[in-house]
Design a protein around this ligand. Structure first.
Ligand SMILES: [Zn+2]
Length: 205
C-alpha cells in the first residue's frame, strides 16, 4: 500500500491518499482543503480514485470533497451517524470556521464491522464516537486511521456539538487490545503506533 500524507488547510488536517499498487486504485481520506493539490497528487501517481472516505463530519475534514467530486465522480463514505452533519453548518463547524456549508452527499454510510475496500486493500470500520457521534476509525493493511479520536499523545475535543467525554473514553478503551505495531495515522499531527500511545499518551494511561 502506498500512503501519502498531505497536510491541508488552516487547521493542518492530515489528508491521506491510500493507494493499492496492485490495481492502481486509491482512496482519499479526509480531503479537508486544498482540493487542487489533492487532485494533482492523484494525477502525479496516475491513481484511479475509487472513493472518498471521511473519518467524521467536520468541515476541516471534508471541505475539499466538493472540489474533488466536481472532477471525479466517486462515492463518499462516512460513519452513518455523521452523515447528516455534512449539511449542518453548526454541527460540521463550517459556521465556526467561517466557511459556506458543504454540499457533499455521502452514499456509503458506514457502521461498526463494515469493511471498506480500495482495490485489493481492505479496512475494517470501528465506530468510535466521542469527538462526534458517527466518528470512525479504519483498521487494515497495518494501519489505523483515527481521525480526530486519537492523536499522538492526545485525543480529540469533546466539546463540539454531539461530542461526549464518556463516549470517547469508551472508544479509547478499544485501542488497548489492538496490535501494538499498528501504525496510527491521525487526523492532525504526526503519526504514531498503538504501542507508543499506550506507553505515553496520558489519555490511554
Ligand atoms: Zn473534528
Amino acid at each position: 500500500m502506498l500512503i501519502k500524507r498531505l497536510v491541508v488547510g488552516e487547521l493542518a488536517t492530515n489528508c491521506y491518499l491510500l493507494g493499492c499498487e496492485g490495481t492502481g486504485k486509491a482512496a482519499i481520506v479526509d480531503p479537508g482543503a486544498d482540493g487542487r493539490t489533492i487532485l494533482e497528487e492523484l494525477a502525479l501517481g496516475g491513481w484511479q480514485l475509487d472513493k472518498i472516505i471521511l473519518t467524521h463530519g467536520h468541515y476541516d475534514h471534508f471541505g475539499a470533497a466538493s472540489v474533488i467530486l466536481a472532477q471525479r465522480r466517486v462515492p463518499v463514505a462516512i460513519g452513518k451517524l455523521d452523515a447528516a452533519a455534512l449539511h449542518d453548518p453548526n454541527f460540521n463547524l463550517a459556521g465556526l470556521l467561517g466557511e459556506a456549508p458543504g454540499k457533499v452527499e455521502a452514499e456509503l454510510l458506514l457502521e461498526e464491522g463494515d469493511s471498506v475496500e480500495v482495490g485489493n486493500l481492505q479496512f475494517q470500520v470501528l465506530h468510535t464516537p466521542g469527538h462526534t457521534p458517527g466518528g470512525i476509525c479504519l483498521q487494515g493493511e497495518g494501519v489505523l486511521l483515527t481521525g480526530d479520536t486519537l492523536f499522538r499523545g492526545s485525543i480529540g475535543r469533546t466539546d463540539f456539538p454531539g461530542g461526549s467525554p464518556s463516549q470517547i473514553n469508551q472508544s479509547l478503551e478499544r485501542f488497548r487490545t489492538l496490535p501494538g505495531e499498528l501504525q496510527v495515522l491521525p487526523g492532525h499531527g504526526p503519526t504514531s503506533t498503538i504501542a507508543g500511545e499506550l506507553l505515553d499518551n496520558p489519555f490511554l494511561g
